[in-house]
Design a protein around this ligand. Structure first.
Ligand code: TYD
Length: 136
């Protein structure tokens, strides 16, 4: 898996004079089944979140409010995404190091994940991540 397998996904939006609604269904808009959601909020400005890779987890990350950057790194290449819309999500496949930064003061980051929280699924050390890819 490389950063080329990660992509911005436009979400279907339903807008009328009552407001807007976006819907996401398992294996339809996103290529996995959602088993967990979590969100980052409050005091995110000037912090860096993430700084890990997952062995198997797939995720969709949405800037449900405000904006932030996500830097993806597959051990060979890096790519930065600026998320700033409720109408799109960044799909991140397994084995991608990610760093979330440059949060606006109002940012809320919604994460849809393909599995429950399992600490064993994490690489939290960048060198361990590179070693697992035979890059070190
Ligand atoms: P952490 O992995 O440091 O957040 P991030 O990498 O996204 O910046 O998680 C912060 C804390 O929350 C840590 O104690 C683990 C806990 N946590 C859960 O209990 N369940 C979860 O689904 C997640 C994502 C984290």
């Amino acid at each position: 898996m490389t950063i080329e397998d990660c992509k911005l996904i436009k979400l279907p939006e339903f807008s009328d004079n009552r407001g807007s609604l976006c819907a996401i269904e398992n294996n339809k808009e996103i290529p996995f089944e959602i088993k967990r959601i979590y969100y980052l909020y409050k005091n995110l400005k000037d912090t860096i979140r993430g700084s890990h890779a997952h062995k198997e987890l797939k995720q969709l990350i949405i800037a449900i409010k405000g904006s932030f950057d996500i830097l993806l790194d597959d051990g060979n290449n890096k790519k930065n995404f600026n998320l700033n819309s409720e109408k799109e999500g960044l799909f991140i496949c397994p084995m991608i190091w990610r760093e979330l930064s440059n949060f606006s003061s109002d940012a809320v980051c919604l994460v849809l994940a393909s599995d429950l929280y399992k600490e064993k699924d994490y690489y939290r050390d960048y060198d361990d991540f590179l070693i697992s890819l035979n890059k070190k």
